[in-house]
Design a protein around this ligand. Structure first.
Ligand code: ADP
Length: 171
């Protein structure tokens, strides 16, 4: 039976670290669904439509990968899609406790799902969406951190946000 894996995250925005995990998942499983979710603990810079669109562009060359948005519980989504694996990336020990808790919770809700952890590639160990946003907001070059096809959108968004803040006197 074909194995479907899901790669969940907020992807705000997608980074080379995410792409590394997605590429490796796509070579391990028959089908991969990258699922964009809303992390209520974080204030998103990009809309869900933008985050999905960026991922679609970045994964266009990976034939067995598709991108969707889901607003509910990940464990329910895996049931809905008949996915048996959740793929997550681990950067450091600090990721572990939270991910461990999430994996146990997801298995409790959907006992048929296994969470598989891929260790980050060393060069992306420091990389996070928050870091990309911080560098971009301060006018830095993010070209080493994100897929090339989304760089212009990040620059535009930052200019737009800065212009809005200036207009409302918050800068
Ligand atoms: P969330 O906001 O839900 O933590 P993210 O979009 O930050 O989601 O990350 C999605 C997934 O990608 C997580 O499993 C995270 O551990 C993994 N990930 C993020 N950055 C990296 C990286 N640089 N290397 C490996 N995995 C990563």
């Amino acid at each position: 039976m074909a194995k479907t894996a899901v790669c969940p995250g907020s992807f705000d925005p997608v980074t080379q670290g995410h792409m590394d995990i997605i590429r490796r998942a796509s070579s391990l499983f028959d089908n991969v669904i990258v699922v964009v979710m809303t992390n209520t603990a974080k204030q998103a810079m990009f809309t869900k439509e933008e985050r999905v669109e960026f991922l679609k562009r970045a994964t266009a060359g990976l034939g067995n990968v598709k991108v969707e948005y889901y607003d509910g519980l990940l464990a329910d989504y895996t049931k809905l899609k008949g996915a048996s694996v959740i793929v997550k990336g681990l950067r450091a020990l600090s990721d572990f406790e939270y991910e461990f808790q999430m994996a146990l919770t997801n298995r409790k809700i959907n006992p048929k799902v296994e969470t598989v952890f891929l260790t980050t590639t060393a060069e992306y160990m420091y990389l996070s969406s928050s870091l990309v946003k911080q560098v971009a907001r301060l006018g830095g070059d993010v070209s080493d951190f994100v897929p090339e096809c989304i760089i212009d959108d990040i620059t535009k968004k930052v200019k737009h946000t800065n212009a809005d803040k200036a207009a409302s006197g918050k800068m």
